[in-house]
Design a protein around this ligand. Structure first.
Ligand code: ZN
Length: 82
């Protein structure tokens, strides 16, 4: 199975994975053998069900909010200890 993924290491855009194409099969650069993706993740990203994308987006939003809260708490704690 061939894929068109540009390799961050050598810039080659030919990648291949085993013909079995299980979700967990790895896609490697044909030139340098760099690991690029797994079949499952690649499929999700490109055929991309909306639900999955929404889930990923909300997950990163939650992480972002958690980080912001954390830094807010840090500031409050610093003020209290000062
Ligand atoms: Zn490469």
């Amino acid at each position: 199975m061939k894929y068109q993924i540009s390799c961050p290491r050598c810039g080659c855009s030919q990648a291949s994975a085993p013909d079995t194409s299980y979700d967990w099969d790895e896609i490697h650069c044909e030139d340098c053998g760099e690991f690029l993706d797994t079949c499952g993740l690649h499929e999700d990203r490109h055929t991309g069900s909306y639900a999955l994308r929404a889930l990923n987006m909300s997950r990163s939003l939650i992480l972002q909010m958690a980080r912001e809260n954390e830094s807010l708490n840090d500031t409050v704690m610093q003020r209290q200890s000062a």
